[in-house]
Ligand binder design. Sequence first.
Ligand code: ADP
Ligand code: ZN
Length: 530
Amino acid sequence: MSAPASTQFPSLESALKHFFGYDEFRLDQRAVIETFLNHQDCLVVMPTGGGKSLCYQLPSLLRLGIMVVVSPLIALMQDQVDALRNNGIAATFLNSSLNLADVRERERQLLAGEIKLLYVAPERLLSEGFWPFLSRLHQQVGISGFAIDEAHCVSEWGHDFRPEYRQLHQLRTSFPQVPMMALTATATTRVREDICQQLALQTPATFVASFNRPNLYYEVLPKDRQAYAHLLRHIKALTGAAIVYCLSRKHVEELASRLQQDGVAALPYHAGLSDDTRSEHQNRFIRDDVQVMVATIAFGMGINKPDVRLVAHYDLPRTLESYYQESGRAGRDGEPAHCTVYFGYGDVSLINYIIEQKADEQEQQIARQQLRQVLDYAESTVCRRQIQLSYFGEMFPGQCDRCDNCRYPKPLEDWTIEAQKFLSCVARCRERFGMVHIIDVLRGSQKKRILELQHDQLSTYGIGKDRSTEEWKLLGRSLLHQGLVEETTDGFPVLKLNGASWQVLRKQLVVQIAIPDTLKGGSEDSVETS
Ligand code: ADP
Ligand code: ZN
């Protein structure tokens, strides 16, 4: 039904120029738009700020009918719609912030064909009364496409699972001829597969843009007694703004006032502050009234301040995904910027504690795996960029020269003897236990479970007292990375030996590990929850 209205434009470029004033497409935009205009479902994966919106906005203007955009970001809808209207594009939104009269008026405009783009919150879309309206809209004006923004919300493996997103597959069933585009900045293979499956996309064309941000410098520093002084120095030497992320409101408040006392223009931002205070702080930060925003993860969704020169994580990020998003708020202008994590083992205990509070077993398992990935990043001695990008399924050769590990390679140490102790302990425990237990045995722990299992009788009991738990963990993880031991999960992770493990035990292989600076980090660091 939707005959292209695009005949008036000789090329997609001229349409882009006409509606948005841009000269060229970015990343995969052009290919996505062409594919979508050909009525094919699309999965679009692009980093935040990459220009996803244009992928459905431009097609909406080149087709008859209405593009329906499903977005969970109610707070941003007004801004998005205002921005489009300022460009002369007829857009509107429907969500719970509107009163009934407003809703009726907007529905009238829609049915009269006065609108090209409709933004709608998922709960509204799925509400009972809306479905008949949508069908009517399709009959009267035609729906040119569905765009599902933040599509990772359908996946439990994403960072923002919203069960109601699962019902969006009804769109595919009820409007089989209308093309659908799913968009996200989350690119793990697992989430991607989930999106295609849950939304029931039909042989979707998948577009994945590179997530590499070449202008960002990544580093991980020990969260020891000097960490605060280091942060302060860095901020004072900075020409430009900084965001410092903490895990809890309490940490945010403490760090913000400490920085203020030390003469830095800093403000706190977290969900415990009133809406007014939050937006005041945000505005002052955007206007460069204050230099530093000390914030929980509540901060940053949708803010676009191009000249942030430093994003520091004073507490460990929750997931590698969220780290990528949060650190990605640095250097949006393409100029060099720093992304620093202060890493101490105290944070690991805190996050473990938070995980244990989760009621759902599967959630716990996912959270554990996510923590593990963050630790892999923090403790790693290989290119940080390579780790991040491989998390997004992207091959990156390493040697980026823009991360601490590439710039200052860590010397390797021979830990063959330790590796032999570790692996023989795995063997003595009959390959039925996880890393924590193995390390307990090595370090001669008196835990009840050890005694009950009579693992204090094993020949490897207490042979590793000379090394700290953290050192053993580092070794264990390094052995896993190097494929010198394996981990299976039967509900919980269990270490198993493989061929390479036996080569180490038979002294046929030397084990070298790089000792990160963070191992010197403060495990005495006291961390509170709030
Ligand atoms: P995302 O949704 O992927 O985070 P947006 O769609 O908000 O990103 O786009 C980020 C910014 O880039 C916006 O200001 C947008 O206007 C701009 N933009 C998008 N496409 C282009 C383009 N082809 N040329 C120049 N700027 C663009
Ligand atoms: Zn690197």
